[in-house]
Design a binder for this molecule. Structure first.
Ligand SMILES: [Zn+2]
Length: 348
């Protein structure tokens, strides 16, 4: 008969428990948890094999060994479960940390922005005229009737003054949202001594229904040159120079008689369609010509209103729609596209 007593077995069990505890503390991870559990608590674990000693023990010691085995297994299980739970919690915490979103950080999508085409074209047009010696001037969007109409030779009974066309404010019957940027010119003319060359641009407002060609607000750019002996030829030269640089090639132009209260004579400047060379295409509506801007010689009345001697000085003025030039340059057929926030406009 083998000699083994309970104390020796208890010592062995304690050693296994110490190893199990060490293993759980230092080696256990979520990948080997299954093996470590099997090693100390499974059917083939060292402890489960303690049954073999039962037959060598005195009968009265057998229940005590059973109790010792159960207690040791229970403690090892507690240590294992506690460490295993800790590991699971750590894993969840790490996952959450990795997925944590800091809303103050820029998002991962790094799409590069671009200047709005309208601003881009405005910058181009301004730049071209500045290189031709024109100075940029500015004026308010909230105007009074004097600068918007009277000083521009637009009489009290002129239809443009009608509320059908112009947005008046409730501040006073004299205060309105400017209907053109020509008001900028008048303000500048009052301050400047001829000769001068000026441009001004900005948003203007008209009571228009929204459609593919019209909006109740749009952007204009005004051009004015005042000097001695200025005639239509000078105007045509400057405008042609501008178009050449804007479209990157020489363009044929023509002037058609038109009427504006503040210029006399007045004309509409057309350019041979730069897209089809005059053959006719969608952009020019098959006409072969593009209507580009209104222009003319500044009416002597307008010069006199601004206290400029109309016998000594003359000049030309022209006004263009910046949306029109933007749509031509970017081949946009519907003006609303420029204002509906379509992100494709801002991508290269
Ligand atoms: Zn064309």
């Amino acid at each position: 008969m083998q000699t083994i007593n309970l104390d020796e077995l208890k010592l062995k069990l304690d050693q296994i428990e110490i190893r199990a505890s060490e293993d759980c503390k230092t080696n256990l991870n979520l990948k080997n948890a299954h093996q470590i559990k099997a090693k100390y608590l499974g059917n083939k674990s060292e402890i489960s094999e303690f049954k073999v000693y039962m037959k060598d023990l005195k009968p009265e010691d057998k229940p005590a060994l059973g109790k010792l085995i159960n207690e040791a297994q229970s403690r090892i299980e507690t240590i294992f479960n506690s460490r295993n739970d800790e590991l699971k919690q750590e894993e969840i915490a790490a996952k959450l940390e990795a997925e944590k979103i800091d809303i103050s950080l820029p998002n991962g999508r790094r799409t590069l922005g671009k200047i709005h085409p309208l601003n881009d074209v405005t910058k181009d047009v301004v730049g071209i005229f500045q290189r031709l010696g024109f100075k940029l001037v500015d004026g308010p969007e909230l105007e009074n009737t004097y600068y918007n109409f009277t000083a521009l030779n637009t009489g009290e009974d002129h239809p443009a003054r009608d509320e059908q066309d112009t947005f008046y404010t409730s501040l006073s019957p004299e205060i309105l949202l400017r209907s053109h940027t020509s008001s900028i010119q008048i303000r500048a003319m009052e301050k400047l001594k001829p000769p001068f060359r000026i441009i001004g641009h900005g948003r203007v407002y008209r009571n228009e229904e929204v459609n593919a060609r019209k909006m109740p607000f749009f952007h204009q750019l005004e051009i004015m040159l005042i000097d001695e002996n200025i005639n239509f030829g000078h105007m045509k030269w400057f405008l042609n120079e501008f178009l050449k640089e804007f479209f990157g090639k020489s363009v044929n132009t023509r002037l058609r008689p038109d009427y504006f209260p503040f210029t006399e004579p007045s004309a509409e400047l057309d350019a041979e369609c730069v897209f089809c060379e005059g053959k006719g295409c969608n952009t020019c509506g098959g006409r072969g010509w593009l209507e580009l801007m209104g222009c003319g010689m500044v009416d002597p009345n307008v010069l006199e209103m601004a206290k400029i001697d109309s016998k000594k000085y003359s000049g030309f003025a022209a006004g263009l729609g910046l949306e029109r030039f933007t749509m031509l340059k970017h081949k946009i057929s519907d003006i609303r596209t420029l204002f509906n926030g379509d992100q494709r406009l801002y991508k290269s």
